[in-house]
Design a protein around this ligand. Structure first.
Ligand code: M6R
Length: 366
């Protein structure tokens, strides 16, 4: 049932090109027009009226939501608040007349996310759910659902659900941006056309597995690992770091790269692994200076950039590359490499990769 793979997690990492393809489905035509109108109850008027978005989820789904926040802010220019579901309910969220709440959940059964959904509805907000399970509690109770079509995810560590959730956010952001005229149609179409190339690009990244296994050897014996990045790279760093700690049991933290010098830099010692994501062209120079800061303190640095962009070679110990895509499209590609790194590290440490200690696949307690 693992289809020749050693673990479900590995199989699910390799299923990502298909999960992305299925989630894009018939939702973009070959000219780059995104249309998800038929799946939503929103009129174009409703879409135009949205004046605030809350994105609420737990764990990996929340990190997909953090990328979603960046996409909605940059493409739709709508203010977005992002919250962890277990915090959202108790903080007294502030709703406007036209607040849209987007909840994200692979299983559709996470208790805190379901409670957040109910809290939002009690306050009169419209709730759009991004979920992977048809007929789940969240799918049934939400006002609208945009399904991810990742297929069943068995491993506790979420992989293909995350990439599919990112795709759902691209679709929502492009659809909203088009309806609201937030950006020139040409620009949106060009992005959508690139989106359709992601499955093949993700496929090609899987060929780097051997390289990631080698890098895993270098980090497997360490007690602490740091991930740094700016903008969308920071959001992906959080997910990469969660993946590593969840299955390898190595302590790891993700930091907005510019924040290191405000405290965390004190933890960098000779040999401390730092994974530096530098795929955001506009921020490259800034991230590079943060790479140099950790390098100067003796860190072992793995740099990740888009092919050929930015001079990193002389400042890092190992280099990873993803295809040269638009900066908004790097997260679903970068994450594949981080998932492989976490996977091989956990395997090397002899852990139960699919069923990490203390964790459950679906968290139905609050
Ligand atoms: O089913 P959900 O997407 O609501 O689950 C949310 C989290 O429990 C989940 O993403 C968790 O963080 C994963 N184990 C991370 O790999």
């Amino acid at each position: 049932e693992r289809g020749g793979f050693d673990h479900f997690m590995q199989k699910e990492i390799y299923e990502q090109p298909q999960a992305i393809r299925d989630t894009l489905g018939g939702r973009i035509d070959e000219n780059g027009n995104v249309d998800i109108r038929a799946e939503l109850t929103f009129s174009d008027r409703n879409v135009c009226d949205i004046d605030r978005v809350h994105i609420v989820a737990c764990g990996t789904a929340s990190y997909a939501g953090m990328v979603g926040k960046g996409l909605l802010e940059q493409l739709v220019r709508v203010p977005v608040e992002w919250d962890i579901a277990s915090e959202y309910r108790y903080k007294g969220p502030i709703f406007t007349e036209n607040t849209l709440v987007i909840v994200v959940s692979q299983s559709g059964e996470t208790a805190d996310t379901l409670a957040a959904l109910r809290e939002a509805q009690r306050n009169g907000a419209r709730v759009l759910a991004i979920t992977n399970v048809v007929g789940s509690s969240i799918a049934r109770e939400a006002d609208d659902v945009l399904y991810t079509w990742a297929g069943p995810e068995i491993a506790v560590a979420s992989t293909k659900a995350y990439t599919s959730q990112l795709i759902a956010f691209y679709l929502i952001a492009l659809h909203f941006a088009r309806v609201r005229g937030a950006l020139p149609q040409e620009q949106l179409r060009a992005l959508a056309v690139q989106l359709r190339q992601l499955p093949e690009q993700a496929e090609r990244l899987l060929a780097q597995a051997g390289k990631l296994r080698e890098m895993a050897r270098k980090i497997a014996r360490h007690a602490h690992v740091f991930y740094i990045g700016r903008g969308l790279d920071y959001a992906v760093s959080l997910e990469g770091s969660l993946k590593l700690k969840e299955i390898s049991y190595i302590h790891s933290e993700a930091y907005a790269a510019g924040e290191l010098k405000h405290g965390t830099l004190a933890l960098i010692e000779e040999g401390t692994p730092v994974i530096a994501l530098a795929t955001q062209r506009a921020l490259f120079g800034k991230t590079l200076s943060n790479v140099k800061e950790v390098k100067a303190r003796g860190a072992y640095v793995i740099g990740l950039r888009t092919e050929g962009n930015g001079e990193l070679d002389s400042s890092v110990d190992d280099l990873l590359e993803i295809p040269d895509v638009h900066p908004l499209l790097t997260p679903p590609l970068s994450v594949v490499l981080l998932q492989l790194l976490a996977y091989y590290t956990a395997v090397l440490r002899g852990n139960d990769v699919d069923k990490p200690r203390n964790l459950a696949k679906s968290v139905t307690v609050e």
